[in-house]
Design a protein around this ligand. Sequence first.
Ligand code: FUB
Length: 308
Amino acid sequence: MNPNSGEQAVPAIIDGYYADPHLCVFDGRFYLYPTTDGSDSWDSTSFKAFSSPDLLEWTDHGIVFSLPDHTHWAREHAWAPAVAERNGSYFLYYTAEQENIGVAISSSPTGPFADLGRPLIAEGDFPGRAIDPNVFVDDDGAAYLCWGNGIAHSVPLNEDMVSFNPALVISWIPTGFREAVNLHRRADTYYLSWSENDTRDENYRVRYATSTSPFGPWTERGVLLEKAPQRGIRATGHHSIVRIPHTDEWLIAYHRFAIPGGTGYRRELAIDPLVHTDDGLLQKVIPSSEPVVRDLATYRPESEKTSH
Ligand code: FUB
């Protein structure tokens, strides 16, 4: 960072080294599921969960899923969690052992999660590396799992959320595609976004594309988020996107090299507004120039206020 520039990055939203954040809202509260970072081989063995009413005060729920303690098939490389809810059950999709995707189920967003007992996607099942699961639930309730490194894959999940028909997997390679594919929808437009370059490269960044269908074809729209070196912000990627319920306000969570002294193994978390334009595109994100605080209670409609 240039100490004379007068420009500062906003501090990380949670103290410590974390990466690959999945930000979501369950029952009027923000939840954040990251990779635990800070070792030189990304060899973390478990996942923590955090929650907040306003993105300001975060509760650390501790370890909610541990590979050695809660699976029979994986020990380390616990990366890139993503959580979805259906009918009161919470599904934690995760990477393990560098090349496998698992899923675990709980009746609470903070666990304990019970593992399926085997990888949902095992190494070699599909081309590329089986990492970085992302789950998207469409307005009609249909759920999709996206994942991949080197090549992106997407498939509708079955009603049980823990199985799918392999014949329905769609695979493709967006421009610059490295990993961390994310799917979201606003009105009639679907947005696919992904990370480009290596997470250890300061040019790690996010690109996006749009479509009228969750299956594409995709029209590429360029870079959505990248470094702001004048404020010491580098390697901005592996993001997730969430809409604040009852609003058209959106947020993007992502990681960056920790400030100061970060690397691709010492990353920290940031959240910024994500703005959709009237013509269905996305404004380029300005990385963490203002603290983001959104008190979910103030957005709750009157009809829901008595029940909380
Ligand atoms: O955090 C470990 C790996 O680094 C993730 O799986 C990738 O997306 C990259 O962020």
